[in-house]
Design a protein around this ligand. Structure first.
Ligand SMILES: C[S@@+](CC[C@H](N)C(=O)[O-])C[C@H]1O[C@@H](n2cnc3c(N)ncnc32)[C@H](O)[C@@H]1O
Length: 210
C-alpha cells in the first residue's frame, strides 16, 4: 500500500534519516554487518536505507524494490554515485522474481541478506512477504527487519496522520511467531522499542526451510 502525502514527506526528511542511522546501528548489534554481500531491500522508499546497506553494512550490491515511482525517482538521484552496485525496480516485495527478473534476480536462494526498513506493515498480506524473503535467501542468509506493530498503528496519531492497511496487522509476538513458519530462525536476536510499538531483529534462513 502506498504512503499518503504526510508519510511520504516524513520518510524523506532529516529526522527519518537520523532514526534510520539508529535502526541500522541496532541491527548491526543484533546481526552483524554484511561485507561483500549480495542483498535485496524491500520498499526502499527514497533510498537512504539502501545507502546504509552499502556504507554501514558493507554490502557489495543491493537490488531494491518499491511500489511508488516517486520514491524510486528520489532513490535513483540519491544512489547515482553507487552505479551498478544498486538496481532499483518498481514492483512488489511479494514478487521479487517479477521485480528483479530483468537482471535475472529474485530467484530462489539468491541473496545473502534481505533488508526490511519499515515496509512490511504496509503490505496487506504480510505473511506472503515473509515467505518471499525466505524464498530468496540463501541457507544461512540473514533477514534484517525494523517493523511497526499493530500497537503503534492503533495509536491516534498514527491513525490521524498516516494510511495503512487496517485488517490483520501484527503484534511483535505475531511477527516473531510467523518467522519460523517460513524457515527463518530468530532466537534472541530481536528488540522492541517504545513499549512494543517497534520491533527490530535479525533472523537467519535455516538450511532445511520449514
Ligand atoms: C514507511 S516507507 C519506508 C521507506 C524506507 N524503507 C525507509 O525506511 O525510509 C514504506 C515504503 O514501502 C513501499 N511499499 C509499500 N508496499 C510495498 C510493496 N508491496 N512492495 C514494495 N514496496 C512497498 C512504499 O511505497 C514506501 O516507499
Amino acid at each position: 500500500m502506498l504512503m499518503n502525502r504526510v508519510e511520504s514527506a516524513l520518510i524523506d526528511s532529516p529526522p527519518r534519516r537520523l532514526l534510520q542511522h539508529y535502526e541500522a546501528a541496532v541491527l548491526v548489534e543484533l546481526g552483524g554487518r554484511t561485507p561483500g554481500a549480495h542483498t535485496a531491500e524491500l520498499g526502499c522508499g527514497p533510498g537512504y536505507g539502501t545507502k546504509l546497506i552499502l556504507d554501514t553494512f558493507g554490502a557489495a550490491s543491493v537490488d531494491a524494490v518499491d511500489l511508488d515511482p516517486k520514491m524510486l525517482a528520489k532513490a535513483r538521484r540519491r544512489l547515482q554515485r553507487h552505479g551498478e552496485r544498486v538496481y532499483l525496480a518498481r514492483g512488489s516485495a511479494t514478487d521479487l522474481a517479477a521485480a528483479f527478473g530483468p537482471i535475472d534476480g529474485g530467484k530462489d536462494a539468491s541473496y545473502d541478506a534481505v533488508f526490511d526498513f519499515a515496509i512490511i506493515h504496509h503490505i496487506p498480506n504480510w505473511r506472503e512477504a515473509l515467505a518471499e524473503v525466505a524464498r530468496v535467501l540463501t541457507p544461512g542468509g540473514r533477514f534484517f527487519f525494523d517493523e511497526v506493530t499493530a500497537t503503534a498503528l492503533a495509536r491516534p496519531t498514527y491513525k490521524a496522520l498516516f494510511d495503512h492497511p487496517t485488517a490483520d496487522r501484527f503484534s511483535a509476538g505475531e511477527f516473531l511467531a510467523e518467522l519460523p513458519r517460513h524457515g527463518l530462525h530468530i532466537g534472541e536476536n530481536w528488540r522492541t522499542r517504545i513499549g512494543s510499538d517497534y520491533l527490530l531483529g535479525v533472523a537467519t534462513r535455516t538450511q532445511k526451510g520449514r
